[in-house]
Ligand binder design. Sequence first.
Ligand SMILES: Nc1nc2c(ncn2[C@@H]2O[C@H](COP(=O)(O)OP(=O)(O)O)[C@@H](O)[C@H]2O)c(=O)[nH]1
Ligand SMILES: [Mg+2]
Length: 170
Amino acid sequence: MKKLILMGRVAAGKTTLTQALKGEQLHYCKTQYINYYDTIIDTPGEYTEVHALGAALAIYSYEADVVGIVISANEPFCVFPPACTAMVNREVIGIVTGIDKPDANVPQVTRWLKLCGCEKIFYISSYTGEGLEDIIAYLREDSDIHTGHSDSSRTDSPAEVSPGISPDHE
Ligand SMILES: Nc1nc2c(ncn2[C@@H]2O[C@H](COP(=O)(O)OP(=O)(O)O)[C@@H](O)[C@H]2O)c(=O)[nH]1
Ligand SMILES: [Mg+2]
């Protein structure tokens, strides 16, 4: 199983996606610091938004096999600069969250992610579960490319996940 680190603005949907991939009940929880799980690293949006904190993301990216740029489908602007994936020595995927939102603008967000350099883009709703299987299948494709971790001891692996959990948020 590949290890995925999630980066994106505050409220992009990183923590909710983490909960959905882990098969947990969805509940709102402000991310205060980097949450390091066996197969997912969830980061606070402030680390993406505040330049002084961005170095932490670079360092934690070395712990992951894949970097996920997370953008909610209704975000009004993009904080990621063009071609930013070129600075990362991991595969970078785009993850569009909240495709169920009424004001979702998927074509716009897709353009931003392509401009970043993302060749693979996933479209998901943590609420309805749409698209979660695609990410799980992708994470299972190759394992332990960079981290060399073993699957055997993992307990929060998306392998046990049943996506599409009913939302329980504020
Ligand atoms: N409609 C919808 N709302 C979502 C989705 N994912 C997250 N949210 C909501 O967006 C808000 C921010 O989500 P959160 O995961 O905390 O964002 P984070 O700051 O990136 O960790 C919460 O109120 C979530 O319930 C989604 O797929 N669909
Ligand atoms: Mg969060």
